[in-house]
Design a protein. Structure first.
Length: 240
């Protein structure tokens, strides 16, 4: 098992390098290892193999693993929809919340940071580019209201954007979504956002991260290509 994880990881890293090369990029691309459904023991193996950034989609599941593994030398990213009643717990546990999807949630996070004396939390706005109401993510038309609030936040740090395109058999079909996210990032940058960084673009999963990198991804979220396939029943179990 251990060697399998290592060889998977080598392969993913190789593909990241090659895609970056194809795109003529030499900037850093952050690999978020999506560890949802996998036990802490597997994550320890992943740590031993050099992974230090983990993505979880459920607050409760992450809480148990963080209790076992800790937060030292690890960056924990929340990549799933955050229910408002779990926002306080999320502020306590995560370094980055990639799934900021409403003005209401941003307001809540800012207030909780003040109440809990947390100086800063990093967030990415998750945009629903497919306009699928069933999915989480903010609609593009609602983005300006969110970003003008983020501009005046003191604790919530607006560091980037995230997209989860519909699942296509042909990964190429995700390319326009990645391209659009990049355009929105560039537009926000021209409006003066992301002054202290690049404006992260979190896009690309196991089946399409190479395409996302060609389109400018600075953060890729890779689960099954590293850890192997997740069980279908595990996948269906949802907190929502
Ligand atoms: C599960 C998940 C991933 C990783 O998916 P894989 O196909 O296993 O790489 C990435 N992003 C989000 C938001 C997810 O929920």
């Amino acid at each position: 098992m251990q060697t399998e994880l290592r060889s998977n990881l080598d392969s993913v890293r190789g593909k990241i390098r090659e895609a970056a090369l194809r795109a003529g990029r030499s900037d850093e691309i952050k690999l978020v290892a999506v560890s949802k459904t996998h036990p802490a023991s597997t994550m320890r193996e992943a740590q031993a193999a050099g992974l230090a950034v983990f993505g979880e989609n459920k607050v409760q599941e992450a809480e148990g693993k963080i209790a076992e593994i800790g937060r030292e030398n690890i960056e924990w990213h929340l990549i799933g929809h955050l229910q408002s009643n779990k926002a306080r717990k999320a502020v306590e546990l995560f370094d980055v919340i990639q799934s900021l999807d409403s003005l209401d949630l941003a307001t809540r996070l800012e207030r909780i940071c003040i109440e809990e004396d947390r100086p800063a939390i990093s967030v990415y706005a998750q945009i629903d580019l497919a306009g699928e109401s069933a999915k989480s993510g903010i609609q593009e038309k609602d983005l300006p209201a969110l970003t003008s609030y983020l501009r005046v936040c003191r604790r919530v740090k607006f560091d980037g954007l995230m997209v989860l395109p519909p699942l296509f058999d042909d990964a190429e079909k995700a390319r326009p979504f990645f391209r659009r996210l990049r355009e929105i990032r560039d537009e926000l940058k021209s409006q003066g956002f992301f002054q202290n960084g690049t404006g992260e673009l979190s896009m690309g999963m196991s089946h399409d991260f190479e395409i996302a990198i060609e389109e400018g991804a600075t953060v890729v979220r890779v689960g099954s290509a590293i850890f192997g396939a997740r069980g279908r029943t595990e996948e269906m179990r949802s907190e929502k």
